[in-house]
Structure formats: structure tokens, C-alpha cells
Design a protein around this ligand. Structure first.
Ligand SMILES: O=C(O)CCC(=O)C(=O)O
Ligand SMILES: [Fe+2]
Length: 356
């Protein structure tokens, strides 16, 4: 029986009043069974929108993902309830250039007079590499330590689903089997990790929404959502539309590495998180993300072979760098803006309707 989810504990997503993004639903079970039409639908969604639902129904792996995502949803809520002091013990500044706790203050105060925060935890304990023993684990709160087996299991299941999707890409791209898998070997260091996100209750502001526009840096992202708030910018019109959270459906999106490997054949779509629409707007919002990334030393550039060879060459080739450098420079450093599959990096102020 499919695991129950906690979506019904929240006010419903407002079906009638807001426009939702046209995400295709791809069955994990059918991908596992190598179903041709489903695999084609998966590939088309990856080219056209760069976002789709992964329907977990009927798949043992899917059931495991949903039930563990539910448990991690509870864990992330507990994590963000730790005192600011405890969370700041594992702040990014103290630990690592990328992993750790981060927050942005909002210009609103809680009843106790503290500033509200938007927070995230790229947990060092949640790096895929900690689980497979590729490096020395970084410090982490006891709460995370206590839940190590759950995080480890979720990481393994996310990677199983992602590795399966990579083999489908290899077939459709007409690449030798193993081409993408060999750039994502589980035993090698990479930026794969779980992220906890929490947004405080706040009004919509254009400035904050715009500041949050981004694409994901890596390969495939698996996202679990309980409340609305995720928006994607539709190709063509540039209109922002909500992604509706649906029980049993995970949201999958492609990251920049797949765009670079395929010379723009696959799409990483611009998205952002804004306050949930009414009647969900009075609630703190959490999401759970698994990011997969190429191995740290992989150079992000177009691969050779298959359909990729038919892609046009750009007049202004993008600078080549390793996956590790791309992630660090994009998240902390000098490569600012929104990455688009057609135009490279674009400043947020230029990112107007119709550009993607
Ligand atoms: O919270 C969400 O729904 C999406 C989060 C996201 O896009 C990210 O963390 O990269
Ligand atoms: Fe994202």
C-alpha cells in the first residue's frame, strides 16, 4: 500500500484561483520497467520544461522515497526549531565553503521580538560522501546524528532513482551506456547532498521573489513539497506559475550540468520560491531537496556523441570549469545571475519575460 503523506494536515492548495505549471507526470514504476512511451515522455519533459512530477505509485523505490521524505519533513521542522545559537554552530562560515546552515533575516519580527528568517541547511552530515565514507564527516548537531540511518537511506534511494533516470537519458541521447553514470559514480567525491529549506511567513515582495530566481547547479534534483510557493518561469511567455504539491508525486528538475553536457539539448528551468498562495499563506513553509551533481573533478562541457553532436556550437563558448568550481563560484563567488540554457549567465535585472 502506498505510504500516507501529511499533505492533508495543511489547508489545500487553491486549485481554482492560481495558474499552475503544466508538469507532466512520469511514472517511476514505468521507468523501472523500461516502458517506451513513458521514457519518451520523461525525455520530452526534460527537453521542454526541465521540470516534471515523478509519480511514485506502484514502485517499491517510490514508496521508500515518499515515506522517508515524510520522516525527513518532521526532522527538518525539528532542526529549524533548534535555537539560533545551536544552528549557528554549524553555520557555513564555520564549516565549509558550501555546506552548513544559512539564513537571511526578514524585516519582520516574531512575537518574541526576534527577526524572522528564511533558512536552509546544506547539511555536511547529509553529504552523499559522508554516507559512502569518501571523506571525513563534518560536525553536525546531535539531532542530525541521531537520524543518520534515515538520511543515509534517503540518499541511497534518491541516487537509485537518479541513476535510473540517467540511463534513460543515455538511451535517448544515443550515448554509449554508462556515459553519464561514469560522471556520477557514487564512490567518488561530488557535491550531492540533502537540503532542508524553511521560509518564514512573509508577504510577497517583488524584490525578494526576484532575488530568489535560480537554476540548480547540478544534474537532477528531487524535491518534496507540502505547501505551494515553488514557481517556475514558463518557457516562451516568461510567466511565473506555481507548482502544485501533490501527494505521492515528487518534483524533479534538471540542473545546469545536464545543460552543459548536452549543449543545451536538455533544459534547466529558472525557478524560485515565494510565499504560498492563500489559504496556505499563514504557514511556515518547508521543503526537502536532494541535489545530485557530477563528481567534483568532472569538467562541465559538452559531451561528444549521439544527438549532442547535432547541437549547434555557440559563438561565445562558455568558460570550462570543474563541477566543484562551478558550484562554489555560482553559490558564493563571482559567477552571479541566472543561468539559462540558451544564453549562459544572465543578470537578474535582465531576466525579463520571453528570454528563455
Ligand atoms: O522549496 C522549493 O520548493 C524549491 C527549493 C529550491 O528550488 C532549491 O532549494 O534549490
Ligand atoms: Fe532550486
Amino acid at each position: 500500500m502506498a505510504p500516507t503523506t501529511s499533505h492533508q494536515r495543511y489547508p489545500p492548495f487553491p486549485d481554482a484561483d492560481v495558474e499552475t505549471a503544466p508538469l507532466v507526470s512520469v511514472s517511476l514504476r514505468k521507468l523501472e520497467d523500461s516502458n517506451g512511451p513513458e521514457s519518451q515522455a520523461f525525455f520530452d519533459a526534460s527537453r521542454n520544461l526541465g521540470f516534471f512530477y515523478l509519480n511514485t505509485e506502484g514502485s517499491k523505490l517510490g514508496d521508500a522515497l515518499v515515506s522517508e521524505a515524510e520522516q525527513l519533513h518532521e526532522l527538518e521542522k525539528q532542526f529549524f526549531k533548534l535555537s539560533n545559537g545551536e544552528k549557528e554552530e554549524v553555520a557555513r562560515e564555520k564549516l565549509d565553503p558550501f555546506f552548513g546552515y544559512r539564513h537571511g533575516d526578514i524585516d519582520l519580527k516574531d512575537d518574541n521580538g526576534t527577526k524572522r528568517r528564511n533558512e536552509s541547511y546544506n547539511s555536511p552530515k547529509m553529504r552523499k560522501d559522508d554516507f559512502v565514507g569518501n571523506c571525513k564527516a563534518l560536525p553536525h548537531p546531535q539531532l542530525i546524528k541521531d537520524n543518520w540511518p534515515l538520511l543515509q537511506s534517503y540518499t541511497g534511494h534518491c541516487r537509485e532513482a537518479i541513476d535510473l533516470m540517467l540511463t534513460h537519458y543515455e538511451v535517448h541521447l544515443q550515448l554509449p551506456i554508462g556515459t553519464l553514470a561514469n560522471l556520477h559514480r557514487i564512490g567518488e567525491r561530488s557535491g550531492d547532498h540533502v537540503r532542508f529549506n524553511q521560509s518564514a511567513v512573509q508577504p510577497f515582495t517583488e524584490g525578494a521573489a526576484r532575488q530568489g530566481e535560480h537554476t540548480d547547479f547540478g544534474t537532477l534534483t528531487i524535491l518534496a513539497n507540502w505547501l505551494g510557493g515553488l514557481q517556475i518561469r514558463l518557457p516562451g511567455t516568461g510567466q511565473w506559475t506555481y507548482v502544485k504539491p501533490v501527494p505521492g508525486l515528487l518534483v524533479v528538475n534538471l540542473g545546469d550540468a545536464l545543460v552543459k553536457f548536452t549543449a543545451g539539448l536538455l533544459r534547466s528551468n529558472v525557478h524560485r520560491v515565494v510565499p504560498p498562495p492563500s489559504p496556505q499563506d499563514g504557514l511556515t513553509r518547508n521543503s526537502l531537496v536532494y541535489f545530485s551533481r557530477p563528481e567534483d573533478t568532472v569538467i562541465l562541457r559538452r559531451l561528444k556523441g549521439g544527438l549532442i553532436d547535432q547541437q549547434p556550437y555557440s559563438n561565445e563558448p562558455e568558460p570550462e570549469m570543474t563541477s566543484q568550481e562551478w558550484i562554489q563560484r555560482r553559490s558564493l563567488g563571482d559567477l552571479k545571475g541566472v543561468y539559462t540554457h540558451s544564453g549562459g549567465l544572465e543578470s537578474r535585472m535582465q531576466s525579463v519575460a520571453g528570454r528563455v
